[in-house]
Design a protein around this ligand. Structure first.
Ligand code: G6P
Length: 623
């Protein structure tokens, strides 16, 4: 997910609200770099036209370029820091993008889903493209509309009417120095209200060094800022008003988008991570298509076994995938820790599909497993959050999660995005191999599209979990139980607590309890239980309810995660944490959220650094 900054000050003056546009925007980009650092770029507008500087890699590369080749003094500037989606992290794909005349410059966060159709149309009309991005389409369309209407706001409205997907756009034009036009659909954009200057940003971090007064925009709105005015209209031209608010935290906290930690922010970002991962996966007939799927349909039809290889949290995403893919596709799925797979001489053939799951794409254990699988003739599909990283590059196909950059070492939003991608893969294979009818696939997809809203609901109702976490700062051991897809959720809940709070925690298959782990239960022992839907297989639900009784009878304190309306758990639960109703297979996306928040809050209460826990690293590049 990219970072976006815009600034308009007073021409002919210097200082905070003056012609120092490039510096103001650069400062904003520094605070937004957590959003992505594949490239950065700035465009300024002067009486002489639009000037652009952009560079692949971190912001430091752009700073170097600006030192060597400074931008002219300008009171209007836009800037972008990129997390690549369409097109690799190169100078050419860096934003801002301009049209053929170089008089309009555009920056963009999001995905224009119908860009291929629009691009084909423009190419047909003789337009030449200089990048692989979806964004460049917008620059060309906007240039033409500005020519036609002579009004950048009107031009932006006309272009937005043609775009599908999620996007935030900012544009400047040589004809209108002193004006920035922004647009927003399902992607963030806020206005900063200054004295003789106004700002735009992906979040308030972009302008927090200059003003703490801000304006929130609604969906499908176009905003036009000048040094003195902020005008908002709907995409349909209806005048609109933003909601004004005061930012009550300081510039240093803003690097985390206002959250106390990157982890808290990333937990909060999860609905968006799921929504973005689902974006653009169906064709016009509603059929699922995975465009990065470069393994032939014939090869996928002949697959007789899937092996998921991954480490840490990603391996638990793989465990969830096993239940879903086996159920939907009737293909046996093994899940193996990548470092174990590599050394046990696994049985794989050219009919085996190996699915490598990795947030970073750089985990050495997983890279080695991928290499080994390919040497044995297996096809490898990577599920990865990092464009251009080693694992997708060395695989036969890649399915990217769009969780945005994950900075906290312990994974949260990448986990939910990985599970979502696994569901997409399962449904795609089921569709391709004829295990499911189109309407059955569509029904699951529909449920999946409801999940982001349901995760938001879970997040909004977690004060109870936070309080419990704070009260348990001295706890030395916590157990987690689950069955079926609740089992990997239990293990992930335990892992989060180990990673963040350094508390001994174990996740067990609830049925295994009686075969040993129940000996650990003594009076007061906290036990989280992940309960499946009572609307699913009846026996599954009943068995987990029995497991709660078993530990309760031995004095455990039971903290039960159950679906709304499940009253069967109430007599045996010390605490019930409610999650919205969804199908059992999709339920991990909801059930894990309270466990993440629990671990994060408890670690915070212990005064620990939740973003960089001791002894860990985000990307483990040794075996
Ligand atoms: C490290 C991180 C974990 C992560 C694992 C796999 O151990 O601390 O949070 O789950 O690596 O990382 P990957 O980038 O391959 O998903």
């Amino acid at each position: 997910m990219c970072g976006i900054v815009g600034y308009v000050g007073r021409p002919g003056t210097t200082g905070a609200a003056g012609e120092d546009g490039a510096a103001v925007v650069l400062e904003g980009l520094r605070r937004l770099e957590y959003r992505g650092y594949d490239s950065a770029g700035i465009a300024v507008v002067t009486g002489a036209g639009v000037d652009v500087r952009k560079r692949a890699g971190k912001l430091a590369n752009l700073v170097e370029l600006l030192d060597a080749d400074p931008l002219p003094a300008a009171a209007t500037a836009i800037g972008h820091t990129r997390w690549a989606t369409h097109g690799g992290p190169t100078d050419a794909n860096a934003h801002p993008h301009v049209d053929g005349t170089g008089r309009v410059a555009v920056i963009h966060n999001g995905i224009v889903e119908n860009f291929a159709v629009l691009r084909a149309e423009l190419v047909e009309a003789g337009v030449e493209f200089t990048s692989e991005t979806d964004t460049e389409v917008v620059a060309h369309l906007l240039g033409a509309e500005q020519e036609r209407t002579g009004d950048l706001t009107e031009a932006m409205r006309a272009v937005c009417a043609r775009l599908e997907g999620a996007f935030t756009l900012l544009a400047v034009h040589a004809d209108t120095p002193g004006v920035i036009v922004g647009a927003r659909r399902n992607s963030p954009l806020v206005v900063g209200l200054g004295e003789g200057a106004n700002y735009l940003g992906s979040d308030v971090a972009a302008f927090i060094a200059h003003t703490r007064e801000a304006l929130e925009l609604g969906q499908d709105q176009v905003v036009t800022i000048t040094p003195e005015r902020v005008d908002v209209v709907g995409f349909d031209g209806t005048p609109a008003q933003g909601r004004r608010f005061h930012v009550d935290w300081d510039a240093s906290a803003a690097e985390k988008g206002g959250f106390p930690s990157f982890m808290a922010k990333e937990i909060h970002d999860q609905p968006q991570a799921i929504a973005d991962t689902l974006l653009g996966r169906t064709d016009t007939t509603g059929r699922l298509q995975l465009d990065e799927m470069k393994i032939s349909e014939a090869e996928l039809r002949s697959v007789d076994k899937i092996v998921v290889v991954a480490c840490g949290t990603a391996a638990y995403a793989g465990q969830v995938a096993k239940y879903a893919i086996e159920h939907w596709c009737r293909i046996p799925v093994e899940v193996e820790l990548a470092h174990e797979f590599r050394y046990r001489d696994p049985v794989v053939s050219e009919r085996t599909l190996v699915v490598a799951i990795s947030q970073s794409g750089e985990t050495m254990d997983t890279i080695m497993a991928v290499r080994h699988a390919r040497e044995q003739g297996a096809k490898v599909l990577a599920i990865c959050n990092t464009n251009g990283s080693t694992i997708p590059r060395e695989s036969d196909a890649a399915l990217y999660t769009h969780a945005g950059p994950e900075i906290a070492v312990a994974s949260t939003k990448a986990f939910l995005a990985q599970i979502t991608a696994c569901y997409l893969l399962g449904l795609y294979l089921a569709q391709l191999r004829g295990n499911k009818f189109a309407d059955e696939v569509a029904e699951v997809l529909e449920q999946l599209h409801e999940v982001p809203g349901q995760v938001r609901q879970v997040l909004d109702g977690l004060e109870q979990v936070r309080e419990i976490a704070r009260s348990m700062a001295d706890t030395r051991s916590v157990l987690f139980l689950g069955r079926h897809v609740g089992y990997p959720v239990a293990m992930e809940g335990a892992l989060k607590l180990k990673e963040l709070a350094y508390i001994h925690a174990e996740g067990f298959a609830a049925g295994e309890l009686k075969h040993g782990p129940i000996a650990l239960v003594e009076p007061g022992q906290p036990v989280f239980v992940v309960v499946p839907s009572p609307r699913g297989r009846d026996s599954l639900h009943a068995k987990v309810v029995s497991n709660i009784q078993e530990v309760r009878a031995r004095g455990a304190r039971t903290l039960v995660i159950a679906e709304q309306g499940d009253t069967d758990v109430e007599p045996y639960a010390d605490v019930v944490i409610r999650v919205p109703r969804t199908s059992t297979l999709l339920s991990p996306l909801l059930a894990v959220v309270p466990l993440q928040v629990f671990a994060c809050e408890l670690a915070t209460a212990k005064g620990l650094d939740v973003d960089q826990p001791r002894n860990l690293a985000k990307s483990v590049t040794v075996e």
